[in-house]
Design a protein around this ligand. Structure first.
Ligand code: PLP
Length: 399
């Protein structure tokens, strides 16, 4: 037996395990302390009643002879694919039902998609970014090259002047920085990909958080994208489905990847459950307002945080188009993590866990409740004022 030798090339991704370890150690020392987590990357608002009704109704239908369903189509039921097509249409983006593939979440879609490529491709990934891209590519034996996202480019990495790329990852709005590309900026990436004959794997898991029309919600808003891009999306953060599991992938019919992906799914996937697809459909139809309310609630929490950051003069990105706020703490991210936990009992996520360029930065999320977010902010203000006083004396400044 030969094991996948690429496993040994994975960097130990200790980010969330290390966060838990440090929080547990703190709790063991101070068992009665009231810790608030602004580190969580998971939703907290319970499911919409509309999704629950769809769940019940479809489960009851399955208990009848006429409504029973066995294996479903590999690419999803037409009712959900058509609802997704309409969701794009409302925003002026034309896609066909045959271009939509229902998945059990964007993460699976993004990771499994690598089955379609030969080992040894050069994969371009922004730094910092959602860690799953790098790990999935290392496992698949690809060569990873990074494009820098820094405060100089407002954490929106742009195509490099030179360099090879076969597969390009773009995450917009970005996890962890919350930064979102405009259509013009995405056009530069599309032109770059066309020039290199590369494919863009576009992760739009947070598109529902985009405000206004400046930032693009889909890569397919951009001319030329249908010739080089695939889009991944998710019900996780738009409808609270992180535990329900449903997402989708859009692959233009003109791309050979469309039929290859159908083939791949037929080999390795037996479809997302009927009940879950009915629940997802409900969130694009009768439950759509509930989905908007959830997103709005998280965005209001983000604003509670960014309003205070503005008042304190803190350098940050995000919040406007994302449930993430990314701020410059100026010192080693883990040192800041420990200091804020000790002094304010607030948990954050150290930016260095998302890539080299993340050091000195911190990710906060707006997924906690309004009350806890407000409480966190009221603790943060005096904490930050004192931190700024002592920063240069106690720590090595990195940014
Ligand atoms: N893409 C990004 C950028 C994410 O941050 C996440 C989850 O945090 C995912 C994808 C995973 O989405 P899903 O729950 O649909 O697998």
């Amino acid at each position: 037996m030969k094991l996948n030798r690429n496993f040994k090339n994975l960097k130990e991704n200790y980010l969330f395990a290390e966060v838990s370890k440090r929080v547990d150690a703190y709790k063991a020392e101070f068992p009665n302390s009231d810790i608030i987590s602004l580190g969580i990357g998971d939703v907290t608002i319970p499911l919409s009643q509309k999704a629950v009704e769809a769940c019940k109704d479809s489960a009851i239908a399955m208990s009848t002879k006429s409504g029973f369903k066995g294996y479903g189509p590999y690419d999803g039921y037409d009712f959900l694919k058509n609802a997704i097509v309409d969701y794009y249409k409302k925003r002026g983006v034309k896609i066909e039902a045959d271009e939509v593939f229902v998945t059990d979440g964007a993460k699976n879609g993004i990771g499994n998609f690598l089955d379609l490529f030969d080992a040894g491709n050069t994969v371009m990934i922004p730094d910092p970014v959602y860690p799953a891209y790098v790990d999935a590519n290392v496992l698949a034996g690809h060569k990873v090259v990074y494009v820098d996202a820094t405060k100089e480019n407002k954490f929106l990495a742009m195509p490099p002047k030179r360099g090879k790329a076969d597969i390009i990852y773009i995450c917009s709005p970005n996890n962890p920085t919350g930064a979102a590309y405009t259509k013009d900026q995405l056009k530069e990436w599309v032109d770059f990909a066309l020039d290199k004959q590369a494919v863009i794997l576009y992760d739009a898991a947070y598109e529902a958080y985009i405000n206004g029309k400046t930032a693009a919600r889909s890569i397919f808003e951009v001319t030329g994208a249908r010739d080089c891009a695939v889009e991944f999306c998710s019900f996780s953060k738009m409808a609270g489905f992180t535990g329900v599991r449903c997402g989708w992938t859009v692959i233009p019919m003109s791309s050979p990847l469309n039929r290859m992906w159908l083939h791949r799914q037929a080999i390795k996937f037996n479809g997302t459950s009927y009940v879950v697809q009915r629940m997802a459909e409900s969130m694009l139809k009768e439950g759509f307002d509930d989905s908007l309310k959830m997103v709005e609630a998280y965005k209001k929490n983000a604003k509670i945080i960014t309003d205070k950051f503005d008042a304190l003069g803190i350098e940050y990105t995000g919040g406007e188009h994302a449930p993430y706020i990314w701020f410059n703490c100026g010192i080693d991210s883990w040192q800041f993590f420990d200091y804020m936990l000790k002094k304010a009992r607030i948990v954050c996520t150290p930016g260095s866990g998302f890539g080299r360029n993340g050091n000195g930065w911190i990710r906060l999320t707006s997924f906690n409740s309004k009350e806890r977010t407000e409480e966190a902010v009221s603790r943060f203000v005096p904490f930050w004022k004192e931190f700024v006083e002592v920063r240069n004396k106690l720590f090595t400044v990195v940014n």
